[in-house]
Design a protein around this ligand. Structure first.
Ligand code: NAG
Length: 490
């Protein structure tokens, strides 16, 4: 058989298999509600009266005080108590994109989704309040990671790290500008004054990011590496920020910036990566919408790359940068916390399928199976269904969803007794016995999606296996959009 035909058949079989196992349909609306609720468990700062995750209390109320600034609020990124600005900004950008594209599918959950964005952007406004300085992190990671402590008890070093003209960080500043710009679209009609504040700040932050170019890990490697080091370079964040500012402001200058800087800033473009470090696939998909609508011929090269990206996701395709799948059908990339790739790449598939639909377009994929909007939706839904329980372990990777889900997630607040249950302080090393315990976590962090199974679909459900058992905000942010869509179309 000709290899092309063989590949076509394998893709067709995979697509049929994926379409056929939708028999036990999931409660996407329940999962959507939970995926948003999770963000309340990650809140830092003073909690509001309508806080729904009640086992959490106020924490880190002096963040920034030693430097004379207010840096309270924001999100803990994962199972520790550090506020890492780079992934937090990416989380806010993706939550905003979820609402921009799928907010109309959220029903009664829209208000909670808006509050989840605002919790991040209120904080990002504080970190960018002073000209020429951006606070990019609060909390010394080595101090934090050497303790197993509740955020409410924290006595670790809450150092505030910043960038400025002499110590630039176009990566974190660019992502912050992208987040503020994306959120300004979310709030444009819902809260015009807040939206204008976000957009004006985004413009200033982008100017700063572009004028003072460099990677924040050059000056802050001791604090941000190896956790959220900028491995991939800052160039993609400059393009990404410009793309969001173009969408948010509709000013010509951002489109011109993209066209003029395209060649330099796309150096090292890896078409099928998308996450807190690498924005390339996201840039390509975001800008393609306008190309597909016939409004931006000068951005055509981004659509060509987006098409290549989409083809690389099709199972059984022979693209040189083909994304791998586990035997059970989960997208898999090496490096830990795999589920971040699953949700972000699936989000792009779904977003692109909508852009293709509106333009009545499909991606030919070099004569192999064409990527039609409906195939892309089927594949994205298959990834979501895997997360929710259609997998070889027969378990949901979302805490609190379904009958079987991870019980021992790598998360300090969830695994230690709550302040209500145990009002006395639990010191740095006193938490170790809870970390090592075989007991399930006492506080169920509803909606948290963990790093997920390894490449053979196995999952240990054990706190020390953090790559598998730790949730992060940037796993959930794109999932919110996916669940919104499938809750309205299933
Ligand atoms: C995946 O995890 C299972 C169970 O923990 C283990 O037996 C297996 O060796 C792991 N596979 C790989 C490739 O690491």
């Amino acid at each position: 058989m000709a290899p092309t035909l063989l590949r076509w058949i394998s893709v067709a079989i995979v697509a049929l298999l994926f379409a056929g196992d939708g028999a036990a349909s999931h409660d996407y609306r329940d999962a959507l509600q939970k995926s948003i609720l999770f963000f309340e468990g990650q809140r830092s700062g003073r909690l509001p009266p309508d806080q729904r995750i009640r086992w959490r209390r106020d924490s880190a109320l002096n963040d920034g005080a030693s430097g004379g600034v207010d840096l309270t609020g924001g999100y803990y990124d994962a199972g520790d108590n550090v506020k890492f600005g780079f992934p937090m900004a990416f989380t806010a950008t993706l939550l905003s994109w979820s609402i921009i594209d799928f907010g109309r599918n959220m029903g009664g959950e829209l208000g909670n989704a808006l509050r989840a964005v605002k919790w991040a952007t209120d904080y990002l406004l504080k970190t960018t309040a002073h000209d020429g300085v951006i606070y990019v992190q609060v909390g010394d990671p080595s101090s934090d990671h050497s303790c197993w402590e509740r955020p409410e008890d924290m006595d670790t070093l809450r150092t505030a790290y910043k960038i400025d003209a002499g110590n630039p960080g176009s990566d974190v500043a660019g992502e912050t500008a992208a987040a503020l710009a994306a959120a300004s679209i979310v709030f444009r009609s819902r809260n015009p004054a807040y939206s204008a504040l976000l957009l004006n700040r985004a413009i200033k932050v982008f100017e700063f990011a572009d004028r003072h170019r460099g990677a924040y890990s050059a000056s802050l490697s001791f604090a941000v590496c190896p956790f959220y080091c900028d491995v991939n370079g800052y160039q993609d964040e400059l393009l990404w920020a410009a793309a969001w500012l173009h969408k948010a402001s509709e000013r010509r200058e951002y489109r011109e910036y993209i066209v003029q800087n395209e060649v330099i800033l796309r150096a090292g473009d890896t078409i099928n990566e998308f996450g807190w470090d690498n924005k390339h696939a996201g840039i390509n998909v975001l800008l393609s919408k306008e190309v597909l609508m016939g409004r931006a011929e000068d951005l055509r090269s981004f659509q060509i790359n987006a098409d290549g990206f989409i083809c690389s996701l099709l199972p059984g395709n022979s693209h040189p940068t083909q994304v791998q799948y586990s035997p059970g059908g989960l997208m898999f990339k090496a490096g830990g916390s795999n589920m971040q790739h699953v949700t972000s790449l699936s989000f792009l598939m779904l977003a692109y399928s909508n852009y293709l639909s509106h333009a009545n377009h499909r991606v030919p994929c070099g004569g192999q199976t064409p990527a039609t909007p409906s195939l892309l939706k089927t594949l994205a839904r298959r990834q979501v269904d895997y997360i929710l329980g259609d997998n070889p372990m027969g378990m949901s990777y979302m805490v609190g969803y379904g009958a079987r889900y991870p019980r021992r997630i790598h998360h300090r607040g969830s695994s230690l007794p709550s302040v209500a249950a145990h009002p006395w302080r639990i010191g740095c090393k006193d938490g170790t016995r809870y970390y090592l315990s075989q007991n399930p976590n006492p506080n169920v962090l509803v909606g948290a999606v963990v790093g997920g199974p390894n490449c053979s679909d196995a999952f240990p459900d054990s706190r020390p296996f953090f790559q598998e058992s730790e949730p992060t905000t940037y796993i959930n942010a794109p999932l919110v959009g996916l669940l919104a869509y499938f809750s309205a179309h299933s």
